[in-house]
Design a protein around this ligand. Structure first.
Ligand code: FES
Length: 105
């Protein structure tokens, strides 16, 4: 199977510690994170409920805390941290090319 890659936005548009949502051409809605200058991407929807991590989450280091029930995920791996989050998030490989954040899907 082939991997697609898309350039989403200028890296300068997402400051450190911030999260933004994007919709990929295949319909996946993802959250893109700037963790101390490195970009990561996961599914946007919290795996515990319906919350959008980009809208409702707070990024602290490499952990996003979902403000609905205060569960956390490691955005670099998708692994759940604090309860009630138990199901890993889908992750997407992110990179910066020509100053733009790119994601593989
Ligand atoms: Fe995210 Fe419950 S919906 S922790």
């Amino acid at each position: 199977d082939t991997t697609n890659k898309i350039a989403l936005f200028p890296a300068d548009d997402l400051p450190e510690g911030e999260i933004r949502a994007e919709t990929l051409p295949n319909g996946d809605v993802i959250a893109v994170y700037n963790v101390e200058g490195t970009f990561y991407a996961t599914q946007d929807q919290c795996s515990h409920g319906e919350a959008s991590l980009a809208e409702e989450g707070d990024l602290c280091g490499k952990f996003v805390e979902c403000s609905w029930h205060f569960g956390t995920f490691d955005v670099t791996t998708g692994e759940p941290g604090l309860t009630p989050c138990e199901i890993p998030l889908k992750t997407y490989r992110a990179s910066v090319e020509d100053g733009k954040v790119c994601v593989e899907y």
